[in-house]
Design a protein around this ligand. Structure first.
Ligand code: PLP
Length: 223
């Protein structure tokens, strides 16, 4: 396995953080190579590609859906997905609850928060997020476990800005944890950081980083 992969897993181990190897656009054999080196958590951003890979790869892989999810596609991944990082509306949560009930499992999700200064990224804003927890129903869904928050920083060379955005997400995470999960350990994941900014994310308290190109090599097609 490549040196970068080893370096990153060593850094993460020190911080007790989890690597989600982002395998979008990568062929099954590249994933299998990393699997054979011990990697079990893989992330994909498209449902169809995720399903295709789930079919052909070992069944003990923990598959993370990290990209935008349309409600009508939840049913395809509900029976086996390990974690959905990109829950960005109450409607989507309701559909995940419905599909979780159908296959009789509790689906673990993260709520995606919009922290960047770009127009193009998905996620809830701070107010929508707090309203959702204040309403109380999110903590009571029997087939959805809200395990934390996810965010993507602005794609910029301004590292101060990136740090501020991650720091802000960390603050939100701490507030929610203290206010709504003081006696319940399930809310414990903060998914932030990609190839370009994972070290900053770790310093700001990420428990999970999503890294693709740095360990697999540059993607030829950008998805
Ligand atoms: C592609 C992707 C990543 C990983 O990006 P890299 O720059 O290749 O590390 C992380 N998170 C999400 C949501 C992605 O779509």
């Amino acid at each position: 396995m490549n040196a970068k992969y080893r370096e990153i897993t060593a850094q993460l181990k020190q911080k007790n953080a989890t690597l989600v190897a982002v395998s979008k656009t990568q062929p099954a054999d590249a994933i299998l190579e990393m699997y054979n080196a011990g990697q079990r958590d893989f992330g994909e951003n498209r449902v169809q590609e995720l399903r295709d890979k789930y079919e052909v790869l070992p069944k003990d892989i923990c598959w993370h859906l990290i990209g935008h999810l349309q409600s009508n596609k939840v049913k395809y991944i509900a029976p086996w997905v390990h974690m959905i990082h990109s829950v960005d509306t109450p409607d989507l949560l309701e559909e995940i609850e419905r599909q979780g009930a159908k296959c009789n499992r509790v689906i673990t999700v993260l709520l995606q928060v919009f922290i960047a200064s770009e127009e193009t990224k998905f996620g809830m804003d701070d107010e929508e997020l707090m309203d959702l927890f204040d309403s109380g129903w999110i903590q009571q869904l029997p087939h959805v476990q809200v395990a934390g928050l996810m965010g993507m920083a602005t794609n910029t060379d301004d590292l101060v800005q990136v740090r501020n955005e991650f720091g802000h997400l960390r603050q939100l995470f701490d507030i929610i944890k203290r206010k709504y999960y003081a006696t319940d350990p399930v809310f414990h994941h903060l998914s932030m950081g990609m190839s370009s900014d994972y070290l900053i994310a770790l310093e700001e308290g990420a428990t999970m980083v999503r890294i693709g190109s740095l360990i697999f090599g540059e993607r030829t097609a950008t998805k």
